[in-house]
Design a protein around this ligand. Structure first.
Ligand code: AMP
Ligand code: ZN
Length: 446
């Protein structure tokens, strides 16, 4: 079984050849907990959740790390704005984030390190980089010297190191692209050999990935805005510490956009799961995201979610014909027992083509003939992390019964026009009726 993944480093789809097939190691940059993640952020977490599920179906052990960035400038500003402590702010956001991950049926990573639990290790790494002459101390910070890294832009060869990109301008820098490892501040502050301060964002991820996975690990992932500077700088830091690549494969998903602009908190065009679930089910929102390949932009439109919701509801109606919940799927422990639809699996093995996988799944569901086929469908759904739950629009039994009574009365007095219009109304509610000698029977239509 061959898995192909697009590696940002080579710019090509490559055969995935693990460093150690007995333990696949993957690190994904997680949320910055200053505000609840928007649906664009969740695209990243959904994409890599699907990848982890696929890897788990192939390999006996997968170690999945997704960090929590719980200290940075945006967090400090947001905490000040709301006059609460950084700890309370980041904890509250994290709790809500976890709840939304559950609603989206995302796997709990094996490790979810919080940056502030690794400050002493970060300090050790910075000391080592200074010793290796990759870092220098200025009046206000410790900076990484990018000129020491010969292939600094290997991951982002098209990036220009001049004004106008996302590099911070700072008079203490020796080179334009140099970045902060330690910032001297009074609030919040941790003790360090360079005075009180706090770490830079890039050293946080390098330290957490090194501690939990060690270098090199198999896959490093995140949204494509992280290619430069965040992942480029993580790579440079690993060279400064060990003179090796930190990851063998780099994977980046494209954005969710609104009218072609990236969905982002700074632009203010964000959509949140909590709002969307007032109208659509969380699973259909996830399905809408999976219906676009992760390397393509996903222009967010209500019609797209409605389309996914309609497909999802249809799947639920078809599911009600089968009773195959008896077989529960546990990919991790008993994967060999379970068969998935081969076209779905092949699509996923080809650089996680969830878009094609959903199309294949839809076809299989529509053509499903028996329990055995349905079980394969359930296994394939599980591979995508989609749970078929009760329809989002619950059937209001009281209302259905009332309408049936009204229709019966109309029929008794031969008011067939009213009876007919009630039948149509019930049909719109997806209710099928059958006039038997024992009265009118009804059921939810498949
Ligand atoms: P943040 O919480 O800002 O650190 O972002 C968490 C993850 O979401 C990162 O991997 C980002 O690259 C990703 N991300 C941010 N905005 C979007 C977007 N509009 N679409 C897809 N991914 C995004
Ligand atoms: Zn990161």
């Amino acid at each position: 079984m061959n898995l192909y993944l697009f590696n940002t480093m080579s710019g090509k789809k490559e055969l995935f050849e693990p460093i150690n097939a007995n333990d696949i190691k993957l690190y994904v940059c997680g949320p910055t907990t200053y505000q609840i993640p928007h649906i664009g952020n969740f695209r990243t977490f959904i994409v890599f959740d699907t990848l982890v599920r696929l890897l788990q179906s192939i390999y006996s052990k997968v170690t999945y790390v997704r960090n929590v960035t719980n200290i940075d400038d945006k967090i400090i500003i947001e905490a000040q704005k709301h006059e609460i402590s950084i700890e309370n702010l980041t904890h509250n956001v994290y709790v809500k984030f976890r709840d939304e991950c559950n609603q989206l049926n995302l796997l709990t990573p094996d490790h979810e390190p919080h940056a502030t639990d690794y400050i002493s290790q970060m300090i050790e790494h910075i000391e080592e980089m200074i010793k290796n002459k990759y870092a220098y101390v200025s009046d206000e910070e410790v900076l990484f010297d990018t000129s020491k890294c010969s292939k600094y832009l290997a991951l982002a060869p098209h990036e220009r190191l001049d004004f106008g990109n996302r590099v911070e301008i700072n008079k203490n820098k020796k080179n334009f692209a140099d970045f902060v490892l330690w910032k001297k501040t009074t609030k919040p502050n941790w003790q360090s050999p360079w005075g009180h301060g706090r770490p830079g964002w890039h050293i946080e991820c390098t330290t957490m990935s090194k501690n939990l996975l060690s270098f090199p690990f198999d896959i490093h992932g995140g949204g494509q805005d992280l290619i430069f500077p965040h992942h480029t700088n993580e790579r440079a830091q690993c060279y400064a510490l060990h003179n090796i690549e930190c990851a063998k494969y780099w994977m980046h998903n494209h954005f969710i956009t609104i009218d072609k602009s990236k969905m982002s908190k700074s632009i203010g065009n964000v959509m949140y799961l909590s709002n969307l679930t007032k109208k659509y089910s969380a699973m259909s929102i996830k399905l809408a995201i999976l219906m676009t390949h992760y390397r393509h932009p996903l222009n967010w439109k209500n019609e797209k979610i409605q389309e996914a919701q309609n497909i999802y509801d249809k799947w639920i109606r078809i599911k009600s014909k089968y009773h195959s919940n008896a077989l529960k799927i546990d990919i991790e422990n008993e994967k060999s027992k379970f068969e998935v639809i081969s076209s779905v699996y092949e699509a996923l093995l080809d650089d996680l083509n969830t878009s094609l996988a959903v199309q294949c799944l839809h076809r299989a569901i529509q053509n499903c003939k028996n329990e055995y086929q349905w079980q394969k469908i359930e296994n394939s759904l599980s591979l995508l992390g989609i749970k078929l739950e009760a329809p989002s629009h619950k059937i209001d039994e009281k209302a259905v019964k009332k309408l049936i009574e009204k229709r019966d009365e109309a029929r008794k007095i031969k008011d067939f026009a009213t009876a007919d219009s009630i039948r149509k109304q019930l049909k719109l509610m997806n209710i099928e009726i059958d006039d038997t000698k024992d009265g009118t029977k009804w059921k939810v239509k498949c």
